[in-house]
Design a protein around this ligand. Structure first.
Ligand code: TA6
Length: 300
């Protein structure tokens, strides 16, 4: 995979003290955004937010110490983008969670004000993408670092045919101890358990006590992750999707994942705004759809 020249990226898109590009693990080009409210890092490979740290906080996102950083493999942690399918591909023969997170994205623009630092990336259809999915599209990601972290993923149908997609932001949040955290905002939400195939209703706060892989349909597009050990609440507010998937691999699945430490399940939880199969998005030629997520951390 040919990565862009870092010196040229800094010359064209850098801004001293605010935006800088560097070579990360395995030579991946990374954009580092800074402003008075915090910092974040974005890999151009995969359009992948790797890190987010508000000023005065511990890191908000989790990255596995055993993650792969090589073309064709997703980075394990941060905010993987699941697009144009969430989960297995319709024909079960393509990469899990789509191809957007395993391709190199184009850097479109950067800008900053006193309060916000922004980076915009673009993925267009190509001969390579058409091997996975036969449609013309433009997929843009906007990362805005301000008093919170704003992610915006916009799909444009550039084809002559309609297409249907499923998608998700798949953030891995860092927690001190999974057994101590709770998730608020899912009370009374219908819940489809992907492990059992059963549909239930969430009663009260969500605790994680075993492998968890559930798609909730909450009444509101907001939930709060409470971590009493860190003394922090992380609020997720999202639009463009009606499902929230909650995932923790727990012990056995952790041991089965080569790019994930056996005990790393204790220090992460995925809370994923998603258009799942029963909430898929169909776009006619020329139509667009936006999935957005705001992440705000507050000390408690
Ligand atoms: O979001 C839940 C899920 O679909 C799980 O079923 C599991 O596959 C998880 O995503 C991990 O996905 P990844 O591709 O990051 O290993």
């Amino acid at each position: 995979m040919n990565f862009p020249d870092i010196a040229i990226l800094n010359q064209r898109f850098g801004a001293p003290g605010r935006i800088a590009f560097r070579t990360g693990e395995a030579g991946l080009p990374i954009g580092a955004l800074v402003n008075p409210y915090g910092s974040c890092e974005v890999s151009l490979y995969g359009g992948h937010v790797l890190a987010y740290r508000p000023t005065g906080h511990l890191p908000v996102l989790f990255i596995s110490k055993q993650s792969a950083y090589e073309p064709g493999k997703p980075i394990r942690g941060g905010v993987p983008l699941c697009w144009p399918w969430f989960g297995p591909s319709p024909d079960k023969a393509q990469p899990l969670h789509g191809f957007a997170r395993i391709l190199q994205w184009e850097l479109q623009a950067t800008e900053y004000t006193s309060d916000v630092t922004e980076l915009r990336l673009l993925l267009r259809d190509s001969e390579l993408t058409r091997r996975y999915w036969p449609y013309a599209f433009e997929l843009s990601l906007r990362v805005r670092l301000g008093q919170h972290l704003d992610l915006t993923l916009t799909t444009a149908n550039r084809d002559t045919r309609a297409f249907t997609l499923t998608q998700a932001f798949h953030p891995y949040f860092h927690v001190r101890q999974i057994m101590d955290v709770t998730v608020r905002g899912l009370d009374n939400a219908p819940c489809f358990d992907l492990l059992t195939g059963q549909t239930t209703t969430q009663e009260g706060l969500l605790n994680i006590r075993s492998e968890t892989d559930r798609a909730y349909t909450p009444a509101t597009r907001e939930c709060v992750l409470h971590d009493p050990d860190i003394g922090r609440a992380i609020t997720l507010t999202y639009t463009g999707a009606s499902r929230l998937v909650v995932w923790n691999p727990w012990i056995n699945k952790s041991r089965a994942m080569p790019d994930f430490g056996d005990d790393e399940y204790t220090r992460m939880i995925c809370l994923e705004p998603a258009n799942t199969a029963d909430d898929a998005v169909t776009l006619a030629p020329g139509e667009t759809h936006t999935l957005s997520l705001a992440v705000q951390a507050t000390l408690t």
